[in-house]
Design a protein around this ligand. Structure first.
Ligand code: NAP
Length: 303
């Protein structure tokens, strides 16, 4: 079937597009700049979207599935303008897709929309499943609105999955390269108190769960895309140190992080012990359930 992916040029998008194309789906990447999207795997192609272009809308007509990953990066200083871009880019992408689906003669059977574990906010040691309510703060409020925008397609698309993505570890992007930098200088260690839970997930499992959400008609509503074994920040730092053979004793105190990152520091200081309750109930087999194995694989450091 045809699968239309917005944000398919990004860190998660590239991995998912490769999986969709190798599963035999006709994969269309909607991008603001098709020139930058190349090279795509066989079976995938890029199409410009936004700015009044209508060619992409014809590709939505008759598509079996939509995957919406587009959004301004969150990992930047949260100035008023940046916050506006973070929110508006997500609400606009959903609105644009809704308008295209409204005009389609054959509508997609499923929308898989990215969301984030930021939905749960700062929750200490509480175990968080898909049933847990939203938390507080900019990320929680933004993801809540993002999920609402996705659900606004409910009258048009019979199945909507909101993929609440954790802290993605993988090659070529995401949080890991930023975490590695201090370790390379021998100054690695936990960020903040170290007691906060980090809902990490390997990139392969994010694309695996997104693929499952596309294919499995039993899945609807929120789906936590996190590994089954969340760890505290201190354990994450210790494990990274072990894998890299580097010291991991230099904590970065919360006040320093707040001074450097501003309000965005909450993204690394908040505690979210998120578990993949639905994925496990459905029998999804995680490729990388163990943090040390996942890091060794990503960093090419066999134990
Ligand atoms: N990486 C993570 O750890 C993580 C965790 C939780 C949630 N998520 C969410 O999952 C989605 C994909 O994450 P990612 O890490 O793959 O992100 P990414 O690498 O930043 O890619 C996102 C894509 O969105 C498009 N985009 C960027 N800024 C935009 C803007 N201002 N307006 C419209 N489109 C814009 C870009 O596509 P074009 O340039 O081709 O248009 C970009 O390739 C994001 O929405 C992110 O918030 C990611």
């Amino acid at each position: 079937m045809r699968v239309v992916v917005t944000g398919g040029t990004g860190f998660l998008g590239k991995a998912l597009v490769a999986r969709l194309a190798s599963a035999g789906h006709e994969t269309v990447v909607l991008t603001r700049d098709p020139g930058r999207a190349a090279p795509l795997p066989a079976g995938a192609r890029a199409e410009a979207w936004g700015g009044g272009a209508t060619a992409w809308e014809r590709l939505v007509d008759g598509a079996g599935a939509l995957v919406n990953l587009a959004g301004e990066p969150v990992a930047q200083r949260w100035t008023a303008e940046a916050k506006e871009r973070i929110v508006a880019s997500r609400l606009e992408a959903a609105a644009r897709l809704r308008a295209a689906v409204e005009r389609a003669t054959v509508r997609p059977a499923v929308l898989v929309n990215a969301s984030a574990v930021g939905f749960y906010g700062d929750r200490g040691d509480e175990e968080l499943t898909e049933e847990s309510p939203a938390g507080k703060g900019f990320l929680a409020e933004t993801t809540r609105r993002w999920e609402e925008a996705a659900e606004s397609l409910a009258p048009l698309v019979p199945r909507i999955v909101r993929l609440r993505i954790g802290v993605v570890l993988g090659e070529g992007g995401g949080a890991l390269p930023k975490m590695l930098l201090p370790f390379r200088f021998g100054a690695g260690g936990p960020l903040g108190s170290g007691r906060q839970w980090v809902p990490w997930v390997h990139l392969d499992d994010v694309s695996g769960l997104a693929l499952l959400a596309v294919d499995d008609p039993r899945i609807r509503g929120p789906l936590n895309a996190v590994a089954p074994n969340p760890v505290r920040m201190a354990e994450l730092a210790r494990t990274l140190g072990r894998v890299l053979h580097r010291p991991a004793f230099a904590p970065a105190p919360a006040f320093v992080l707040k001074a450097v990152l501003g309000e965005m520091a909450t993204a690394v200081l908040d505690s979210a012990r998120v578990v993949p309750a639905k994925a496990q109930a459905l029998g999804y087999g995680f490729r990388h359930p163990d943090l040390e194995e996942a890091l060794r694989r990503i960093l090419g450091r066999p134990g």
